[in-house]
Design a protein around this ligand. Structure first.
Ligand SMILES: [Zn+2]
Length: 84
């Protein structure tokens, strides 16, 4: 009977130790991914659009959109394309 108690304690200790190691490994992997600058799930990736004049790709939020819906990298390039 006493042996059964010791085996039970041993199994519980082993399970607890394994769980702790797994948690540590998961935390280390997460820290490494964050340090590498990997986008975490839920992070929006900004859409890129090409300038209608020179073809340069710029983030959609930085692009200058003309009246006809064309995107440009700069105000100078937008001016070179007057709205039709
Ligand atoms: Zn351009």
């Amino acid at each position: 009977m006493k042996l059964g108690i010791w085996i039970f304690i041993g199994v519980v200790a082993w399970l607890w130790f394994n769980g702790t190691r797994k948690q540590q490994r998961r935390a280390q992997e997460k820290a490494r991914a964050d340090a590498a600058g990997a986008p975490s799930p839920g992070t929006a990736i900004e859409r890129m659009v090409a300038c209608a004049h020179c073809g340069l790709h710029v983030p959609a939020s930085d692009a200058i959109v003309s009246g006809i819906g064309a995107s440009f990298c700069s105000e100078a390039h937008r001016r070179l394309h007057p709205p039709a």
